[in-house]
Write a protein that binds this ligand. Sequence first.
Ligand SMILES: [Zn+2]
Length: 228
Amino acid sequence: MLPLKSARVTYVYGVKNGRYAKVYHTGIDLASAETSVYAAVSGTILEARYAPGNGADPAGWGNYVILRTLDHRYDIINAHLADVQVSQGLTVDEGTLLGKMGSTGNSTGPHLHFEVRKTPWIDRDDIDPASFLGIYNRVGQVEKVSSTSIKNIVLCHPGPDERAAGYLADCLKAPICYLANTTQELLHLAERVYVIGSSEKAFAKTVNIVGADRYDTCRKVLDICQRE
Ligand SMILES: [Zn+2]
């Protein structure tokens, strides 16, 4: 679950910024009028305390809680808390109250600095916390990726392949888009991406439908429509 309810993203992951040790923002900043901070997943409390001063982590985090996932793969850092309401060594369920959002440590205003690192956290091997939470890494009201996911997208170049692509899109009830106009962000929403009449790999989940000629491409599209 999300660590804050009704949250906004105020500062995204990966922004270049010289004030950080890795020269980019290694977490995502969230803020909310509802200040309870919850365990994003079940895990054990690795650390729950106050870190004074500035300098190498955890200095600057103020009141912070590090939650280690039950599979021991990730350490989740919750920093700048107003207070800490769990203690080290505790095993907690997802949704357990960890503390209140605050502005302790090296912070310019109330927010939660949420960061996910591969264990052990001290090695600073951060991963994209937005992907971890299943939300978009962009400023504004938190938006879940899964809430807008779609099954199929059909892509082609403008021209004669549009007819076969349009037929497949109708049959799959899928949106159709020109290859040149797609973004990775759009394609990430789809379970499968069909590219008609071109062998370009638009995306990891691309299925290319290319025949020996245009007639052959149409025939392959018809085969898929009959299967679906
Ligand atoms: Zn931050």
